[in-house]
Design a protein around this ligand. Structure first.
Ligand code: ADP
Ligand code: ZN
Length: 662
């Protein structure tokens, strides 16, 4: 018998290093295996040969090989290890994202996930689209492309044509879209032109469905995968192209566990696979815009809407004027200007659909006592409760709920009053103004499943609905022929968030919501605000995206925020406030010492209580690290990883390139 070979294995367990095992099985790199770990067994992936046996612990041997799963390829292995290093996360955890939740065997024949049977559709690309396709297709190897085109300019058709060309070369493609935009409408558009080549992955599938879809791709029965963020990890054989639609979307950043950014991570995958990647957006992110400016990304523009007449007419309504408007009808609710009301009326009379957008659910944001000022707060989170319906109070973070009392629970005499505005109230008010109309609300409370979403789209398409009231669920991707008027109820909500990306997000939101209007008929957008000169509105007014991005870049340079400096956030939390506080300070002190001692060019801010200080009964602190140098930042984070074990009572999480600073 030959000597057993030593192998380095990435084991699914929360530590950063690869472990060494022995085996006399004929193994190859990238194979999925089962290994012993303490008293249990764990999944692992074989990374490489190892020359020397470990001295600090007893050598164990690999238990078995998962024969049915094909080994990962060298580019996939390198990519996964890069993710592990960059996001300071256990490599075994990263690899676990590559595999389906269930075993292949025992599967029923892959059920078709598509509701419609669709006819084939033929579209001839216009000159701009054709030019983008040819330019992207002409590149060899790795390259990153920004496809910048207003909503409705036909980006999707460009993606489809590129995918078709890859199929002709027997190559597969991955298309990522934000979860919320992965509508049956969008899927059937791909299906109309790509037919049986389409597989889909999203969070609403059962584990069996996910497993079947995964295998249909890995067995090369289907070569085009469309999915939300995590579909990026599917080991598509012979991958030829990656597309990231709506590349600016913050939801591409995962906010827990492995905090990866799907766009950034996809670019690195394309680099290892030596293939092109296309980022599509109407409102590119500042990060991407800077890369275009630095000539790292190729820019392709679609300047015209593909089918429709023109972009909608946008108007800003100053609500501070509206308050003093003498002509204002007294029956109007305080959130509605006379002007928007008139437009809603006209649109209704003409038989078109209107949508009102408000990024806040419920009836009211807080309920407070008019006598003593008491505010209903969540006992688990340091957040006010939101009123739903007549008397139901809900925490939007942990789902805690309670009933509203008639008198204040604190002073026992005062009357409690709702304060603020939510989609539920807008719907109620609108229904009163248009008693015969059908007013539909689309938010997380109403649309809680994919089936409900499909039902809603059906109702809109059938013309059964005259008014739509919704949160950002209606901002993305939807396309209704008769929707010609969009009203933004209170734009200010999006720019008062304490985050350096607030202005950027607000601009994106205004543009996206506007893009829902007048896709097939001339449309109008009315934006109600108390701050009509906010840059996210003034640039949206003229649809001057380049102007906005260039101005915002200047502001970011001055404040040394990304994309100029790099950020990392160290999130610290614990169950006991005093302990969490002192340990957080201690860790920060320790880090400061390290940075000074090593003379590293990193700025350390904090520890500061997180804006949402108490969440789900945990007390939260943050340390922010800022640096011009990525390697230096990583060096500090490496040190944080090592420190972790010394702070057992503190949960320490590293968030590289953070998007959520709440
Ligand atoms: P985007 O993805 O940029 O928002 P879409 O790809 O959804 O734009 O295109 C908007 C609409 O225009 C769709 O209904 C699409 O079918 C249609 N369309 C796109 N390109 C063409 C074309 N070359 N000829 C005819 N219709 C087109
Ligand atoms: Zn709560």
């Amino acid at each position: 018998m030959s000597e057993p070979t030593l192998w380095k294995v990435a084991v699914k367990a929360p530590f950063p290093q690869l472990l060494t095992y022995s085996s006399d099985l004929p193994l190859v790199r990238g194979q999925k295996v089962l290994v012993p770990l303490g008293k249990r067994s764990a999944d692992g992936v074989v990374i490489d040969r190892e020359e020397t046996a470990p001295t600090e612990f007893k050598l164990k041997s690999i238990l078995s090989v998962e024969e049915e799963i094909p080994p990962l390829t060298p580019p996939q292995l390198q990519w996964a290890l890069w993710i592990s290093k960059y996001y300071h996360h256990s490599p075994g955890d990263v690899f676990s994202l590559f595999y389906p939740p269930l075993a292949k065997k025992g599967r029923s024949p892959a059920k078709d996930l598509f509701t419609k049977s669709v006819e084939e559709k033929k579209i001839t690309l216009n000159a701009e689209q054709q030019q983008a396709v040819e330019a992207i297709d002409a590149t060899k190897g790795f390259s990153t492309h920004l496809l910048w085109g207003v909503t409705g300019s036909g980006k999707t058709e460009v993606y489809i044509e590129l995918i078709k060309r890859k199929l002709a070369e027997q190559q597969g493609s991955i298309v990522l879209v934000p979860e919320i935009a992965l509508t049956p409408q969008l899927i059937s558009r791909f299906r109309e032109q790509l037919g049986d080549e389409m597989a889909v992955l999203h969070s609403d599938l059962t584990e069996r469905e996910k497993t079947n879809q995964w295998w249909s791709v890995v067995d090369q029965k289907k070569r085009v995968l469309i999915g939300a963020r995590s579909a990026l990890f599917c080991p598509v054989p012979n991958l030829g192209l990656i597309i990231i639609d709506e590349e600016h979307e913050a939801s591409y950043k995962q906010d827990e566990s492995l905090r990866y950014h799907a766009r950034d991570t996809a670019i690195v995958r394309a680099q290892y696979e030596k293939i092109p990647i296309v980022l599509g957006s109407a409102t590119p992110s500042l990060e991407t815009w800077k890369n275009v400016g630095d000539k790292k990304f190729h820019l392709h523009r679609l300047q015209q809407r593909a089918m429709t007449l023109h972009m909608p007419e946008i108007k800003i309504i100053d609500m501070t004027d509206s308050k003093h408007d003498l002509a204002r009808e007294s029956f109007l609710p305080s959130w509605l200007s006379t002007e928007l009301y008139r437009e809603l009326q006209i649109n209704y009379q003409n038989g078109f659909q209107s949508a009102l957008f408000l990024n806040r659910r419920g009836i009211a944001q807080t309920v407070f006592c008019q006598d003593c000022g008491f505010i209903y707060k969540c006992p688990n989170c340091d957040i006010s409760l939101t009123l739903h319906g007549q008397s139901h109070l809900v925490c939007h973070y942990c789902d805690y709920s309670q009933e509203l009392a008639k008198t204040c629970p604190e002073c026992k005499v005062g009357a409690v009053k709702p304060l603020g505005l939510g989609t539920e109230l807008v719907q109620e008010d609108l229904q009163k103004l248009f008693p015969l109309a059908k007013v539909l609300r689309v938010d997380r409370d109403e649309i809680d499943s994919r089936a409900r979403l499909e039902e809603f789209i059906e109702q809109m398409e059938q013309g059964e609905v005259q008014f739509l009231v919704g949160t950002q669920m209606i901002a993305k991707g939807l396309d209704f022929e008769k929707l010609t008027l969009v009203g933004i109820v209170l734009a200010d909500i999006s720019f008062h968030i304490p985050d350096f990306r607030a202005t950027e997000r607000s601009y994106q939101l205004m543009t996206q919501v506007s893009g829902r209007s007048g896709r097939h008929h001339p449309g109008k957008v009315l934006i109600q605000t108390y701050k009509p000169d906010h840059p996210s509105l003034t640039y949206a007014l003229t649809a001057d995206t380049a102007g906005f991005l260039n101005q915002e870049l200047i502001d970011r340079t001055e404040l040394q925020y990304p994309p100029f400096a790099r950020l990392a956030c160290i999130k610290l939390s614990g169950n006991i406030q005093s302990k969490t506080d002192s340990l957080s300070h201690d860790l920060a002190q320790n880090l400061r010492g390290y940075i000074t001692h090593k003379n590293l060019s990193v700025r350390l801010l904090g520890p500061a209580p997180a804006p949402l200080f108490k969440l789900r009964n945990r007390f939260r602190y943050q340390i922010l690290l800022k640096s011009d140098s990525l390697p230096v930042l990583h060096e500090v984070l490496q040190y944080v990883s090592h420190l972790q074990s010394a702070y057992r009572e503190l949960k320490v999480q590293i968030d590289m390139d953070p998007y959520n600073l709440m």
